[in-house]
Design a protein around this ligand. Structure first.
Ligand code: PEP
Length: 253
């Protein structure tokens, strides 16, 4: 059984003071779950404040939204995996659609970042997803499979189980348009089949989250869909009461 994951991607929202206030309100509303995992991806400058605020809640995971594709060196303004780990991150998003499509991150860079993350004892959450044009051209499967293969290109078969995946159709992120549970399930199944064909039963243990305009109204139905093992949420994770309602969603499977 894969434990469902509720992950909040705060993008450029919530500085340290806001994040402390958020957690002060959020934490008393949420029990220490044993049937689900919670994770926050705050901005890098906010991460230490979040780690500190979660000192007594070590079951809640914290991650960075991106790292540089080189482990160290003269890269002003970037974040290194080892520094992220030292600051308390346990997860890292790799290949989020905004990294790919706003900052031009290549498939090859995602592969390097996944490798660096594992080497630094960070769990990578590799994001894949097609644009609207790719979807309309019938290329969804080939795009996500290409992104999956590249992202896991430098990962050994034995390590595949240490990676988390997120399917985030680009056209659904921040747009209010959500994939139907059936659509999400279909692509998750494509990803699962690819994982199994690469590493056999070990591929069954990799959680595959869905992301793209998840909210209180659609989260339960999405999580009930076969192969949807969690949600990666931007906009609807920004309000403490709203996010607490989402993470307390009754799970129907
Ligand atoms: C995201 O940022 O990964 C995301 C899915 O955003 P939203 O929930 O706002 O679509």
């Amino acid at each position: 059984m894969r434990t469902p994951i509720f992950a909040a991607n705060w993008k450029l929202n919530h500085g340290p003071s806001d994040a402390r206030a958020f957690l002060q309100r959020f934490l008393p509303q949420v029990p220490r779950f044993d049937d689900r995992t919670l994770a926050f991806f705050p901005p890098a400058l906010t991460l230490p404040a979040v780690v500190e605020a979660l000192r007594d809640r070590p079951e809640v995971l914290v991650g960075v939204q991106n790292v540089h594709s080189e482990p160290a060196g003269a890269y002003t303004g970037e974040n290194a995996v080892a520094i992220a780990r030292d600051a308390g991150a346990r997860l890292v998003l790799v290949g989020h659609s905004e990294r790919r499509h706003v900052f031009g991150e290549s498939d090859e860079a995602t592969g390097r970042k996944v490798r660096l993350a594992l080497d630094a004892h960070l769990t990578p959450m590799l994001c894949v997803g097609e644009t609207l044009a790719e979807r309309e051209a019938g290329e969804t499967e080939s795009v996500v499979l290409r992104q999956l293969a590249a992202g896991l290109g430098a990962v050994t078969d034995a390590e595949v189980g240490q990676v988390l995946l997120a399917y985030e159709p680009v056209w659904a992120i921040g747009t209010g348009r959500t994939a139907t549970p059936a659509d999400a399930s279909a692509i998750h199944t494509v990803l699962r089949t690819a994982l199994r064909s690469r590493v056999g039963e070990r591929g069954a243990g990799v959680p595959i989250l869905y992301g793209g305009s998840v909210n209180r109204g659609n989260v339960q139905e999405l999580l009930a869909a076969p192969e949807v093992d969690g949600v990666l949420v931007g906009g609807a994770s920004l309000d403490a009461d709203g996010w607490s309602a989402i993470v307390r969603t009754e799970l129907s499977r």
